[in-house]
Design a protein around this ligand. Sequence first.
Ligand code: HEC
Length: 280
Amino acid sequence: MKKRLFGITSSAAAAASFCALTLGAGLMPAVAHADSYIDMLNAMGGNPAEFNAAAGEKLWNEKRGPNHVSLKQCDLGLGPGVLKGAYAQLPRYFPDTGKVQDVESRIVTCMEKLQGFTPEQIAKEVTKNPFDKKGGNATDIVNMAVYVAHQSDGMPMEVPQNTPQEKLSFENGKKFFWYRAGPYNFSCATCHSENGKQIKISKLPNLVSPDGEKAWVAATWPAYPDSQGVVRTLEWRMNDCMRQQRIAEPKYLSQVVIDLETYMGIMAKGHKILTPSFKR
Ligand code: HEC
């Protein structure tokens, strides 16, 4: 605990002095962007979201819900109780629900099936307010997602395309990626289809093909964006980008978000997972 805290403060201090150095000494790149200090924070480790993984682990093993059982037997795609590597293969098709599910929607399935949570309880406790405010404490569902994802840290991203449902999820995600909507007629592609594009100091991933600049970003979530001060999942990122797109906010766990995750998972195929990572 002590060591981790030291890691956080020292990496923040190092980031500050690094910025002062690069800016002060006139070494600033032609176009300033945030990636260099983020890369450095990631290399140093000590991510505050490791506490969220620990909180998620506690929740996972706790006997909860009307059935008073833990989630230890939850099947995330590799069999009941197998956590290692499961996140690397999500979203995937689950025959028992007949759906392609991501980590959060699958955890909800386990909460319903194993722990006996009713749809009403899920609506009240999970889907109503899934994301905490900036600088707040992450919600239980996010903590559990961070815990599950962390079990695939360092493994290659391998989102499956074995079933017609998984292929359709990819195709629908791709379709949505290019779909223009809203008052400005933006699509995801408006902001994410060229190398070298950035908004303020944020470099935007080019998500058109696996060769695009930073097309692998899906492998770096859940993440701790320091502008948020709280750990965030890819579901949150999609919400916030749809806000940037000026279109309606998607419902938590909606299929369109899961399909976008499938699409981006394929863009990140084979890329080594780094989670929780730092973000701007
Ligand atoms: C108006 C421009 C805009 C639109 C439209 C937009 N985004 Fe983004 N997106 C951004 C910005 C800006 C960031 C970076 C935010 C930051 O770094 O703080 C971002 C970040 C992201 C990231 C995370 C990048 C990383 O480094 O991890 C992903 C993934 C992403 N967007 C996907 C999408 C998808 C999918 C859509 C369509 C649903 C979309 N975006 C629509 C502007 C946009």
